[in-house]
Design a protein around this ligand. Structure first.
Ligand code: ATP
Length: 246
């Protein structure tokens, strides 16, 4: 089944053309990595898929439903979750509290703020199960602002997983991380269920080639190459604009 179908998508910001005729399609369970230099349009494409911005033209469908004009929450209900390039956590709350809020959001619960969160048994159970599954139990009571940047990225991924998404968009999950932290985040990505469709923006070629079933390279708002590691490494245009000519 086709999980995500992007057809001829264009996005302009005033006079700036950020995306031009982008066409990409992913089967369910496929892992696609988006590569490309700064300003290539990767984040704009992510925003267009998640609904944070609307495409100027073209069509995007998710598991067969046309989502081109839908707001982000409607896309989330169809099984889409994402992380952001800039960490998007509640720094003054603990890891557990952040996860609890994500689980509440995923279950569309309207909880009363006057009722302590620890009274919501199901949510507590789900949040603690997530912490256990992703080896974050020891960090449960730490304030997010006191975590390392790498740990924060891990918490973000777990929050995105709280609604059991069918498709997950990861916006540069390893950006700014140390080599050891990068390995931990990559380990998480590798552990994700194999039937979960993943689209990931990544700058590190080694990480990209290790995770991806397929790679798409963007440049100046267009997809200029698509294929497996050999196809991308052997592509002259990619070498010229992105890898540097040897
Ligand atoms: N809100 C905006 N308003 C105007 N121009 C924008 C806006 N968002 C992005 N752009 C422009 O669109 C183009 C693509 O930007 P985008 O952030 O999608 O690239 P990117 O590949 O994600 O780059 P990076 O790797 O640096 O994050 C750039 O020229 C950028 O300046």
């Amino acid at each position: 089944m086709i999980a995500l179908d992007i057809e001829n998508v264009t996005k302009s910001f005033g006079g700036v053309r950020a995306l031009t005729g982008v066409t990409l399609s992913l089967n369910e369970g496929e892992r696609l990595v988006l590569l490309g230099p700064n300003g290539a349009g990767k984040t704009t494409l992510f925003h267009s898929i998640s609904g944070n911005i609307l495409a100027s033209s073209g069509r995007i469908s998710l598991f067969g439903d046309d989502i081109t004009q839908l707001p982000p929450d409607a896309r989330a209900r169809l099984g889409l979750a994402r992380t952001f390039q800039i960490t998007n956590l509640f720094a003054q709350l603990t890891v557990l509290e952040n996860i609890l809020l994500a689980v509440c959001g995923a279950q569309k619960l309207t909880f009363k703020f006057v009722r302590p969160l620890d009274r919501y048994d199901d949510i507590q159970k789900r949040a603690r199960a997530l912490l256990e599954e992703w080896n974050l139990v020891d960090a449960a009571d730490r304030l997010v602002r006191n975590l390392s940047y790498g740990e924060q990225r891990q918490v973000e991924v777990v929050m995105a997983l709280s609604g059991e998404p069918r498709i997950l968009l990861l916006d540069e999950p390893t950006a700014g991380l140390s080599p050891a932290e990068t390995l931990r985040v990559m380990e998480m990505v590798r552990k994700l269920p194999r039937d979960m469709t993943i689209v990931m923006i990544e700058h590190d070629m080694d990480v990209a080639f290790e995770i991806a079933d397929r790679i798409a390279v963007m440049h100046q708002g267009r997809v200029i190459a698509e294929g497996d590691e050999a196809a991308i490494r052997g592509n002259q245009q990619v070498s010229d604009i992105y890898l540097g000519v040897e």
